[in-house]
Design a protein around this ligand. Structure first.
Ligand code: ATP
Length: 243
């Protein structure tokens, strides 16, 4: 009995882990100017978590998110997404993997200014070779879910900051990634707009099971988070599961 349970568990060791970091470090400079932005951080993220990474300025939050997303290379340690070592990939393999498995939401929205809201959402699926009819159906459905179906043909400059960030959420979700990494997504929004955006992401998390990891100073994100990871000086100071 015991043996069969163990065999079943080892058949898919990543089933209950989306993300894992092992002894992850990122150092800048050397000698007297050495900064351990991240220092041997090990953590796992389970499916459907709504995790906030918090901590004082300079504690390593953005660095951790950048390393988790493969946007920066670690000095030491490993990053795994669904059991695949992102930290061992480079070049085209890394960018293709990132495109297909990770959604990013940035503080400054980072939409392509010459494309409409719909085209911004469609862009990654174009690169993935998703057929046109499916692209359009997914974009329509996603823009509807973020409350922007009437604004599909507007370019970013014709949208408010909150609406642009909704497009960014739709763009991150529409290619159905394993996880969404959001770096201070509400930092440029007024509190009502930020609160509405968070309610929307929380709803997507609960209804569709999308896994989110935020780096943030925003108390509104902390209130809604199912898990709070507190960093200090590049290390995990506390890790609290709340739901
Ligand atoms: N490119 C870099 N070169 C040198 N030091 C860096 C670099 N990037 C980050 N650091 C340093 O690493 C440490 C962690 O920075 P990081 O941006 O991850 O912190 P943070 O918690 O996100 O801060 P904030 O809340 O202010 O955004 C800081 O001491 C920072 O100065």
């Amino acid at each position: 009995m015991q043996a069969s349970i163990q065999r079943k568990a080892s058949a898919d060791p990543t089933a209950d882990v989306v993300f894992e970091t092992r002894e992850l470090s990122r150092h800048y400079g050397s000698g007297d100017t050495l900064v351990k932005a991240l220092d041997q951080v090990s953590l796992t993220i389970a499916p459907r978590e709504f995790t906030a990474i918090v901590g004082p300025s300079g504690s390593g939050k953005s660095t951790l998110l950048q390393l988790m997303g493969g946007l920066e290379a670690p000095t030491a340690g490993e990053v795994y997404l669904r059991g695949q070592a992102i930290s061992a990939m480079s070049g085209r393999d890394l960018s293709d993997f990132r495109r297909d498995h990770i959604g990013f939401i940035f503080q400054a929205y980072n939409l392509i200014p010459v494309l409409t809201a719909a085209e911004n959402c469609e862009y990654i699926m174009l690169l993935q070779g998703v057929p046109k009819a499916e692209r359009q159906a997914r974009v329509d459905s996603m823009l509807n879910r973020v409350g922007l179906s009437g604004k599909a043909d507007r370019r970013p400059a014709q949208l408010s900051g909150g609406q642009q960030q909704r497009v960014a959420v739709a763009r991150a979700m529409v290619s159905q990634p394993d996880i969404i990494l959001a770096d201070e997504p509400t930092a440029n929004l007024d509190s009502q707009t930020g609160s509405d955006l968070l309610d929307m992401m929380h709803e997507l998390n609960r209804r569709e099971g999308m896994t989110f990891v935020f780096s943030t100073h925003d108390p509104m994100i902390m209130e809604r988070a199912s898990r709070l990871i507190q960093l200090r000086d590049g290390r995990i100071e506390s890790d609290e599961v709340r739901a």
